[in-house]
Design a protein around this ligand. Sequence first.
Ligand code: UDP
Length: 242
Amino acid sequence: MTDKPIKYRRILLKLSGEALMGRMDYGIDPEVIGRLANEILDVQKAGVQVGVVIGGGNIFRGAGLAEAGMDRVTGDHMGMLATVINALAMQDALEKLGAQVRTTSAIKINEVCEDFIRRRVVRHLEKGRVVLFAAGTGNPFFTTDSAAALRAVEIGADLLLKATKVDGVYDADPKKKKDARRYEKLSYDEVIARNLQVMDTAAIALCRDYGMPLRIYDMTRPGDLMRILKGQAIGTLVHAAA
Ligand code: UDP
């Protein structure tokens, strides 16, 4: 398998904040972020241009803060700042491994990271720098899933990957139902019509409208990212119906 050529030139990887927590309840597990950084660097070294949208749910989510009584927009601003914290941690983990990294933010915070400027980002990717996208879309009431779909389309990625703790999309919760069935492939419309919890509807609709293929896979299984990029049908593919 290792000698198979890579099928993708440019990818956008969506890492949720929860992915960075590992087995902790909050914050960032250094071991987990180090392992993820290693996988990202492996595919980058193999010649793939890699952009990463990082979530913030391991620190703050606007919806959760609003439920506890906070103003929703303020909560979303806190959520977006949480993604900046995660992106800086990933930047550090990647740089420790020797990677060239640029962190960009959708909200202006340019003493800490670059502003998001699409043409500049594309240039970074072409030069072999890993680009981290922080602060989601820069707007409240959105999620980093929507940011991932948006950035994937904007940078002309060949594939959007959503890294989760489950090995794809199931017709029922596999933790609760033993006979839950994993889908190998789904159309965008099936995901929306069946209300499958893949990404939020805005993100799926954007992928559908611009034909962005999306693969959901289990990021806890070392090596799967590279295997997917070499063409293995791991996880669930969401794409245009045949
Ligand atoms: N957020 C936002 N606009 C965006 C992206 C994110 O307001 O475009 C806020 C929102 O409060 C969200 C939080 O940032 O809950 C963290 O992002 P998300 O929940 O998507 O993180 P993940 O679930 O991927 O860890």
